[in-house]
Design a binder for this molecule. Structure first.
Ligand SMILES: *Cc1c(COP(=O)(O)O)cnc(C)c1O
Length: 309
């Protein structure tokens, strides 16, 4: 597996930031590995060790058709000698698999890594956490190691507790994009007393506070900023895409449209609206997700919209 000891810290200068006293750095977890980038690797690390110690030969997990997690599990499985099974939302995708693979880079990559798909309807997918559905899967597939959707469980949080290091102790604020809440939980557990963790949810809904509370031992050092989901999970706008393109042009740092793009858009807005006190030192965690750009561009092109450069 990739070496994650120290992903690099990079100082950002971006014309969109109007307050020059604020220092902004980014931790390039996206550079950990081109395929299992950022937090998805962190979340899998201890789960893979656990699966090995239980002598499991198969990993089974869940995800949408463009999921970073599906892509990461497929690749990590291949690398570590596990068979992988992806339970994918959308039974229409399974009608003509060849056609699906041509048009969907995420599933094509997972397929090339050897992942077996089980496509399920949106209704069945909603039941995925229920014991009955899991039992059915157990009948259908051999003794597997189950990784939940998005990969969040106790072992995933443990992996994300390794993101912060001695090097990051000088920052006042740590920002991260939030999906299922596993990554931010790890950050919250290892943040220093003087540090505040800000999460930017990529989706609507208020289940996240409860979810994060399950994994963390602190209540005072974190906050969710819920105004920058752009209408929901994987929803975008021209304004967001324009921002992502401009950010890359000026900094050479690519952002993904589902998570890190929204977080940075939100953070820049907060900075410009004087959310932070003078001379605040902010660290952004780049959680990766860049494999999703191609899939998003396929959709944007079909709509004749602006694409990610
Ligand atoms: C999955 C993902 C997240 C969200 O992580 P959670 O642990 O589910 O909150 C953030 N950024 C990227 C790029 C991701 O792929």
């Amino acid at each position: 597996m990739p070496n994650t000891k120290n992903s690099i810290l990079q100082k950002i200068s971006f014309s969109g930031i109007k307050r020059k006293d604020i220092q902004l750095f980014i931790k390039r977890e996206d550079l950990i590995h081109p395929e299992i980038s950022g937090n998805k690797y962190r979340k899998l690390k201890y789960n893979l060790l656990q699966a090995q110690s239980e002598n499991k030969k198969i990993l089974l997990t869940f995800g949408g058709a463009f999921s970073n997690h599906i892509s990461a599990v497929a690749y990590a499985g291949k690398l570590n000698g596990f068979k992988t099974i992806g339970v994918i939302r959308g039974d229409e995708l399974g009608v003509d698999l060849e056609k699906t693979l041509v048009s969907n880079p995420t599933l094509r990559f997972a397929n090339e890594c050897g992942m077996t798909f089980k496509f399920v309807s949106r209704t069945d997918y909603r039941n995925k956490a229920f014991q009955e559905f899991i039992e059915q899967l157990k009948d259908e597939f051999d003794n597997f190691y189950l990784i939940p959707e998005g990969g969040t469980n106790d072992l995933a949080v443990k992996g994300c507790e390794e993101i912060l290091s001695k090097e990051t102790e000088s920052f006042d604020v740590i920002c991260v994009a939030v999906g299922t809440g596993g990554t931010i939980s790890g950050l919250i557990n290892t943040a220093k007393l003087h540090q505040q963790v800000l999460g930017f949810p990529a989706l609507k809904g208020d289940f996240l506070n409860v979810e994060i509370d399950k994994y963390v031992n602190q209540t005072e050092n974190w906050n969710l900023i819920s105004e920058y989901h752009f209408g929901g999970y994987a929803k975008t706008s021209e304004e967001l895409i324009t921002f992502i393109n401009q950010f890359k042009k000026e900094t050479s740092i690519p952002l993904d449209p589902v998570y890190t793009g929204k977080m940075l858009f939100g953070l820049v807005d907060l900075i410009n609206r004087d959310y932070f006190t003078d001379h605040t030192k902010i660290l952004v965690i780049h959680t990766g997700g860049l494999q999703g750009i191609e899939g998003m561009n396929t959709i944007l092109k079909r709509r004749n919209s602006l694409i990610i450069e």
